[in-house]
Design a protein around this ligand. Structure first.
Ligand SMILES: O=P(O)(O)O[C@H]1O[C@H](CO)[C@@H](O)[C@H]1O
Ligand SMILES: O=c1cc[nH]c(=O)[nH]1
Length: 232
């Protein structure tokens, strides 16, 4: 057992899918896993292990923001020897051509979070996807005819920005969308030499102010989960 996960050693698979929402973890386990077993309910942050096509796989809710995913990723890697961490999240679009329901694969994660500033003392570490996982995800998307966009994203500590135009400075540099965890995940994966990738589905747009219903989100999350499972 670790501080935030009450699983025994060996109960978590070497590959873990990481949604922010613990209810999405439950949905993924119950929809896609064979024989899912709940291994964690500490703080309601559900974690399940099952198999997919006979291969062990886990899914663990991470909560929202860099500090929260930082705790779960750290414990999964260091206490449970997880080797492959695949975030399956939602994000807000920063570009006109990144539309709601689109899937974005995060090549890199810019950030306004202090998560990376603290260890690097103000110098800049560039958090990037694991190249092998990134290429595998692009190949699966092509094989399955699932359109995806890939590029730089923003990991933000703030969901409700005071300035409604805040997004524009990032958009100008080609940043595709905003979410709240990937930079921390990629940095920890680099630190502990494991593989990480973030797959994101656009749930709303900062540009057009469109949003998706929960039903629509579940439907498009399906394609993102299909990619994640295929590279797991
Ligand atoms: O849908 P999830 O994975 O939680 O991701 C996004 O949604 C949350 C904000 O609503 C943040 O965690 C953000 O990163
Ligand atoms: O962090 C997030 C996630 C979805 N939509 C946003 O606007 N921000």
């Amino acid at each position: 057992m670790s501080i935030h996960i009450n699983a025994k050693k060996g109960e978590i698979a070497p590959t873990v899918l990481l949604p922010g929402d613990p209810m999405r973890a439950k949905w993924i386990a119950e929809t896609y896993f064979e024989n899912p077993t709940l291994y964690n309910d500490v703080r309601g942050m559900y974690g399940y292990t099952g198999t997919f096509n006979g291969k062990p796989i886990s899914v663990q809710g991470t909560g929202m923001g860099a500090p929260s995913i930082g705790i779960y990723a750290h414990e999964l890697i260091n206490e449970y020897e997880v080797q492959k961490l695949i975030r399956v999240g939602s994000a807000g679009s920063y570009q006109k051509n990144v539309k709601i329901r689109d899937i974005v694969i995060a090549m890199a994660a810019s950030s306004n979070s202090s998560f990376n500033n603290l260890p690097f003392h103000g110098e800049n570490f560039a958090p990037t996807a694991h190249a092998e996982l990134f290429l595998a995800a692009i190949n699966v998307a092509n094989e399955k005819n699932i359109p995806v966009k890939a590029g730089n994203i923003l990991t933000s500590d703030v969901f409700y920005q005071e300035d409604p135009d805040y997004y524009k400075k990032w958009a100008k540099y080609g940043v595709l969308c905003v979410e709240m965890e990937t930079a921390a995940l990629y940095t920890l994966a680099a630190r502990f030499q494991v593989k990480a990738l973030s797959l994101l589905t656009i749930s709303d747009s900062l540009v057009t102010h469109e949003t998706t219903t929960s039903e629509e989100r579940a439907k498009t999350f399906k394609e993102m989960i299909e990619i994640a499972l295929a590279i797991s």
